[in-house]
Design a protein around this ligand. Structure first.
Ligand code: AMP
Length: 604
């Protein structure tokens, strides 16, 4: 293996890398750095986050650029603000011993004037998100006429996020003679099209096999139903007291609900998604980086810019719509030489997707069994005892208290003492899992309710029996809205003054939009349709649970029993109808949290 100097980098860059603790180049660095230094050919690199790709493209640029010229020589595009800031900061670290090299990072949600001022002072390297970069080009504050290197980082993500037009504009603003460096973890059709249209005979390099996951990640799946999905998630967290994980969800609402439930149930968790303000997102990410919170529940896009190397687990609460995104998710763990576990919770219908993913990652999923209460308790106990064994005793500080402690414990023999200390920490956990069920078997019960919950969205409609509504009329009313030819209507509940119906999840948005656009009336009453919130989200205290076994953490949780915890109660399909009505009503806060019906917003 070569050194950074042998790859062709000068001493000031090498010195900065030594300061950062980079001892030797990673695979992608070893391939990309000499290639970019020695050739002006375009480059297509297959590399995921965590492979060292930032240094792979920025070090050769730093080696070659001309610090005496103040114009923009390299433009680096990245999908999110967080990633752009991270890249900008990395480059500043790399060039700390290079004189006169300046870097400006531009992104939305931050003062445009400040960024324009920085550009006016002259920067050889600009790192930006596509939207803000185009804004600055349009204002003529960013001039790309002298660009020699264009880097498209996480090109697949940029296209996923709908930045195709912006990419086209930036590409058009740069000279033909530039060298384009495209880095992507996956190469779906859209990325290949960019490569075809904008690159000339690119050289291909890869940090491993194309689209495959990291060697250090093992992939597990747990079979669940909608009833057991959340309890299974909690048990996985309970089995791993030192868990440091991202739980990925598909939508913002799902993200918020899972996070609210975990917080309410006493876990050290928080949410990260596009409905939070930039300030809130920064704060959550800061807490997660510092490990003040152990579990981050996030959407794919919001978690993009998070640079954390020591994740123990990635948990897919639901699989991503685009299967390729699984590689991105699982690539968040097993980084920088660490081992990681990527867990997928799947119901019967979702299982088919696992085979597709296996083909992409070229690895097999191993089936995990949802741990039983007994296994969790046993694991926690061993963990606690290990920690007791390994705890460092502060002899000088504790000495003065020992005589009175010995006096109080006089008369207790060794066995009794051990039992009492362990029980102090342990009784709550024992009680919590007392009479807990085996979720693996529960998962195979009641297939009808599973199919319904999995695929259908439940809607509230403000008309009922008193308005002469019956199931036939309701089906007629739904069909009149022209939602779709293949629309499937599920269970219907007609109550006195309002009703519920289920529609294929695929048509969720179209149903809302159709009723909102058509504004139908029924027997003279204007009709209003909203998604019901089957599980009312928490609002409990934030950041509650201290990690098991961590200082003043222990097992002293507030939960009384697993059966009594928030979600298992809510997901109990056997509830009485009167209970169900109140918790099924649409919750206004939910609508706010999901950005309003039919409103489309892009997370960036
Ligand atoms: P990246 O894929 O660029 O996001 O890098 C992932 C992580 O690996 C970052 O925390 C980098 O600081 C770190 N890193 C990159 N290259 C090296 C290297 N050659 N040696 C040690 N750490 C590195």
């Amino acid at each position: 293996m070569s050194t950074f100097l042998e790859l062709g980098l000068k001493e000031p860059i090498n010195k900065a890398l030594t300061d950062l603790g980079y001892e030797k180049p990673t695979v992608i660095q070893e391939k990309a750095i000499p290639q970019i230094i020695s050739s002006t050919d375009d480059l297509k690199a297959f590399a995921q986050t965590g492979t060292g790709k930032t240094a792979a493209f920025s070090l050769p640029i730093l080696e070659l650029l001309d610090p005496s010229q103040n114009n923009v020589q390299a433009i680096i595009l990245s999908p999110t603000r967080e990633l752009a800031v991270q890249i900008g900061n990395n480059i500043k670290d790399f060039c700390k011993y290079l004189k006169d090299v300046k870097v400006t990072t531009v992104y939305g949600g931050s003062s445009m004037e400040e960024q324009i001022r920085s550009l006016k002072r002259g920067s050889q390297i600009v790192v930006g998100t596509p939207g803000r970069t185009v804004d600055l080009i349009n204002r003529r504050a960013l001039k790309l006429g002298n660009v020699q290197w264009l880097v498209l980082d996480e090109a697949d993500e940029m296209l996923n996020m709908g930045f195709k037009d912006e990419l086209d504009k930036v590409l058009e603003a740069t000279p033909e003679t530039k060298q384009t460096l495209l880095f992507s973890a996956t190469f779906p059709r859209e990325v290949e099209a960019i490569a075809r249209n904008y690159m000339t005979k690119p050289v291909e390099i890869t940090s491993g096999e194309k689209n495959t996951g990291s060697e250090n990640v093992s992939h597990e799946f747990y079979a669940v139903t909608e009833r057991t999905r959340y309890p299974a998630l909690k048990r996985i967290a309970d089995l791993n007291p030192d868990i440091y994980a991202i739980i990925f969800c598909r939508t913002r609402r799902e993200t918020q609900e899972v996070a609210d439930n975990l917080i309410k149930d006493g876990y050290s968790a928080d949410s990260l998604h596009g409905d939070l303000s930039q300030g809130q997102r920064d704060s959550v990410m800061g807490k997660f980086r510092k490990k003040t919170i152990q579990i981050l529940v996030a959407t794919d896009v919001a978690a993009r810019g998070l640079d954390v190397n020591e994740l123990s687990h990635v948990i897919n609460h639901k699989l991503p719509d685009q299967i390729e995104n699984y590689t991105h998710r699982s690539g968040r763990t097993g980084r920088a030489g660490n081992k990681g576990i990527s867990i997928v919770l799947v119901n019967g219908k979702e299982k088919g997707k696992l085979r597709q993913i296996e083909r992409i990652i070229k690895k097999k999923f191993v089936e995990g069994k949802v741990p039983t209460g007994k296994e969790i308790v046993q694991n926690q106990l061993i963990n606690l005892i290990d920690k007791v064994k390994n705890i460092e005793v502060n002899e000088t500080q504790i000495n003065e208290f020992l005589p009175s402690i010995y006096e109080k414990l006089e008369g207790l023999d060794r066995e009794e003492l051990i039992k009492k200390f362990v029980s102090l920490e342990f009784n709550t956990m024992l009680k919590y899992y007392e009479n807990s069920k085996d979720l693996n078997n529960l998962g195979r019960e009641n297939s009808r309710s599973r199919a319904t919950a999995d695929n259908m969205t439940r809607f509230f409609i403000n008309i009922g029996r008193k308005d002469n509504l019956n199931p036939g009329k309701l089906i007629g009313l739904i069909n009149d809205q022209n939602i779709g030819d293949k629309i499937e209507i599920g269970a219907i509940d007609i109550l006195d003054t309002f009703s519920f119906f289920e529609i294929d999840k695929e048509y969720e948005q179209k149903t809302l939009e159709a009723f909102s656009d058509n504004q139908p009336d029924f027997d003279g009453r204007s009709v209003n349709v909203e998604i019901t919130k089957k599980e009312r989200s928490g609002g409990g205290r934030r950041g509650g649970r201290k990690p098991f076994g961590k200082k003043d953490g222990g097992f002293g949780r507030r939960r009384s029993s697993e059966a009594g915890s928030s979600s298992s109660k809510r997901s109990d399909s056997g509830r009485k109808r009167s209970d169900r009505r109140s918790s099924d009503r649409p919750d206004r806060s939910e609508r706010r949290a999901s950005g309003g019906f039919g409103r489309k917003r892009r997370e960036s």
